[in-house]
Write a protein that binds this ligand. Structure first.
Ligand code: ADP
Ligand code: MG
Length: 750
């Protein structure tokens, strides 16, 4: 350990930021250079074919062979000019990560010549290869939807997400084709198919509502023909030194430290957040950004987060499914680049006990095809029907299907973070801020809006001193109308909602799928209510709209909460309100199959019944697997590293004590330390037995995933917590020299 520790490679790499003639090239000049976007497709196709392609992209019709062949040819030449030798359908099985299988462009062509068959090598890529591939799907989680003897699964190009090339070691280069992954019968086997279905449903429902709210005169063009949801993802992560990381089997195998005492200095000084970015970290961030810019991923912000060695990045928001693809790509690129810089990136939600964990804040809104944000309050939100309706539809969705949203973020790892005084609780509620709350209250009570005084709006007035002269010409800066409440799991932040409970490690796809679906369902209900309110009239009047809005303000009141989400009072208050407080994963997963959630998802066609059942099964299975993996890793760690270290140290103390005694000395402080360790070592031995027992108890249920998951909660969690407590205490006593694992103090301060 010592040698490796001493060897910590603190050096970063030189970032190969592109330069031309010794001068920097602007980011905008190389942004997207590894992406085969719409511009390239337009160039590859005759005009009518391109128009048809666009229609297909939005409408989900299948592409004709000629168009597919033309695109395939163009993209192959483009990719090969960048060095690509292979292509791959890049898809998102239900493992939380992406999958790829590479195929060479190389093909053999045989011709019959005078001397017999002549075989020659050519490079080829056909339209049908572009559109669809058939990977052996038997080893991906399918939740029983596809038995191994019918291993067929299909990856199909998702035309809404552009193809790109990625360079690897030794100048290798591969063409990536973003794809969905479905079974022979068209069942979704992946995360993306359901997300795309959900976006389509939001679009349909939103158009219906807009047509009622803002009817266009006959013959005129509708305000928009396309609506989509937008997503901007803040990604938190930790970076640790690679040479220390390799000495931690728990980090390598489970992504988090299963033992480790909190060091004296952790995050209590509040000096890390927004602090100076360490140079090796900055080198990693910029090298990753460089690659991501070329891939067309618009990374915008980077900063230090609250815990030591914790960081965050956020891109500019994009259309939801593209944002999800880009988030997965970002995680992938960041891992690779960190490795090159002798760092390891940890996306786990809680890699270290006692300091903040990581989340993936999903900023979500709805936009028209023209880019108008439907959740943007205009100057007078109280008269803005459109804004209020989309706001209330979202509140209604969270109120009705909060338990489903809760299920969508449940995982063995995220559970360590949620509700731990650093992340939102598992009770779903919405924060709106003082001003918006007043707007809703005023409408509900049918009274004028309370005048927000200057003091409340916090206009920054500048005085007339000589020093201020320069700045005095600035306009008054009004405080953002929405306050910030970090304790809310689902907060309105000015012109979008921020779903903060999503885990840093998980794919954002499933939470966004259920959010989209729930909002689509609420929008459809609102459309119906508007039609009812209009009665015989073709469109609702302003009074009708207000009536529906008021009705929804009242019915969604329960989900609004402005206070401290971390407090115990809120738990009690939420219980009084009847809001679900689901504190374990198996119970959360069961919410997928609760009648109201299942009915909503299936009615919209976002999931079929069997797809939901299979997802439920996969989630349960994965949960037990995650916990079993942790328990087994912990057991090995304790038995092979922590206990032997304790024994070794005890032996040193005992030898020393015996020597001291033989010298006839009366006091022997070594004995005191020896005695302190005795009960701890005994206890740790016991805990290893208890861990074994717990693991066996879980295995007893391995025929039934739900029971196995519940047994994991019941047996594994307490055994792991109990064992850890003792191990952590021992760590603080055993001389550092004998303790083989790099400690939190080393991992977090390198
Ligand atoms: P915070 O103050 O919450 O830390 P950041 O600036 O770090 O905010 O991140 C906000 C994220 O929200 C960014 O990714 C941004 O692009 C995204 N965002 C902004 N407007 C929208 C919108 N209309 N829809 C979706 N995401 C949005
Ligand atoms: Mg945020």
């Amino acid at each position: 350990k010592g040698a490796i520790r001493d060897n910590v490679l603190r050096l970063s790499r030189e970032v190969p930021y592109p330069r031309k003639d010794g001068k920097p090239i602007y980011t905008s000049e190389f942004y997207g250079e590894n992406v085969f976007g719409l511009a390239q497709i337009a160039k590859a196709l005759p005009k009518p074919a391109y128009a048809q392609f666009l229609q297909q992209m939005r409408g989900g019709q299948s592409l004709d062979k000629g168009t597919a062949d033309a695109i395939a040819h163009a993209v192959r030449i483009w990719a090969m000019d960048k060095g690509a030798t292979h292509f791959t359908h890049w898809f998102q099985p239900q493992t939380g990560t992406t999958a790829e299988k590479h195929d060479a462009f190389l093909t053999l062509k045989s011709t019959h010549g005078v001397t017999g068959i002549e075989v020659s090598a050519i490079d080829a890529f056909s339209g049908s290869q572009l559109l669809q591939a058939e990977p052996d799907a038997s080893s991906f989680p399918s939740g029983g939807m596809r038995t191994t003897f019918e291993a067929r699964g299909y990856t199909v190009w998702d035309t809404t997400s552009p193809m790109f090339v990625q360079h690897g070691p030794h100048k290798t280069c591969v063409l990536y084709i973003p794809s969905i992954f479905i079974s022979y019968n068209g069942d979704a086997l992946d995360e993306k198919t359901v997300l795309l279905r959900s976006t389509e449903q939001v679009a349909k429902a939103a158009l219906k509502v807009l047509a009622l709210l803002e009817p266009v005169p006959q013959g005129a063009r509708p305000i928009t023909s396309y609506v989509y949801t937008t997503l901007g993802i803040e990604q938190e992560y930790f970076l640790v030194d690679r040479s220390l990381y390799v000495l931690r089997p728990d980090l390598k195998i489970t992504g988090r430290t299963l033992v480790g005492a909190l060091p004296a200095k952790h995050q209590q000084m509040e000096d890390h957040y927004f602090g100076h970015i360490p140079s090796r970290v900055l080198a990693t961030m910029s090298e990753a950004e460089l690659e991501l810019y070329k891939l067309g991923v618009p990374i915008k912000t980077r900063h230090n987060e609250v815990a030591p060695q914790q960081f965050e990045l956020a891109p500019i928001f994009e259309e939801t499914s593209l944002a999800v693809d880009h988030n997965l790509l970002t995680m992938d690129v960041l891992s690779k680049v960190a490795h090159r810089n002798n760092l390891k990136v940890l996306f786990h939600e809680k890699p270290f006990k006692g300091v903040n964990g990581s989340g993936k804040h999903c900023n979500w809104s709805v936009s028209t095809g023209q880019g108008e944000n439907l959740l943007d309050p205009t100057i007078k939100p109280e008269t803005n029907y459109r804004f209020l309706v989309f706001l209330l539809a979202t509140l209604d969705a969270v109120q009705r299907h909060g338990s489903l949203l809760r299920a969508s973020i449940a995982s063995a790892s995220n559970e360590h973070r949620l509700g731990a005084q650093e992340a939102p609780p598992v009770i779903l509620s919405c924060f709106l801020g003082e001003h918006l709350t007043e707007v809703l209250n005023a409408i509900e009570e049918n009274r004028p809006l309370k005048n927000f005084s200057n003091a409340e709006i916090h206009t920054i007035k500048l005085g007339g001193t000589a020093l201020d002269v320069k700045v005095a010409s600035l306009p008054d800066i009004a405080r953002d109308l929405t306050d910030r409440n970090r304790t809310s799991p689902f907060a309105f932040t000015g012109n979008k909602f921020e779903f903060r409970a999503v885990g840093s490690k998980q794919s954002p796809s499933f939470p966004m799928t259920v959010l989209n679906a729930a909002v689509a369902s609420s929008l459809l209900d609102i459309a119906e209510a508007l039609q009812r309110a209009a009665g015989d009239k073709p469109y609702p009047s302003d009074a009708d709209k207000l009536k529906v809005i008021r009705q929804y303000i009242v019915s969604t009141k329960n989900i609004r909460f402005e206070g401290d989400g971390y407090s115990d009072e809120w738990r009690l208050e939420a219980a009084r309100r009847g809001l679900p407080n689901i504190d374990n994963c198996p119970d959360a997963f069961d919410e997928l199959l609760s009648p109201k959630n299942e009915a909503m998802l299936c009615k919209l066609g976002v999931f079929t019944e069997s797809e939901l059942l299979s997802r439920h099964l996969i989630l349960m299975e994965r949960y037990s697997k995650d916990l079993l993996l942790e328990a087994n890793t912990l057991r090995t760690l304790l038995a092979q590293q922590v206990l032997p270290a304790a024994y070794e140290y005890r032996s040193v103390l005992a030898t020393s004590a015996a020597q001291i005694k033989s010298l006839g000395m009366i006091t022997c402080p070594e004995l005191k330390t020896l005695q302190t360790t005795t009960p701890l070592v005994e206890s740790l031995q016991d805990w290893i037995d208890k861990l074994d027992e717990a693991i066996n108890n879980v295995h007893l249920h391995n025929q039934d995933p739900s029971k196995e998951a519940r047994a994991s909660v019941k047996y594994l969690l307490p055994a792991m917590n109990g064992a850890r407590e003792v191990a952590d205490e021992l760590e603080t006593i055993i001389a550092d020299k004998y303790f083989p694992l790099p400690k939190m103090s080393e991992l977090l301060w390198f």
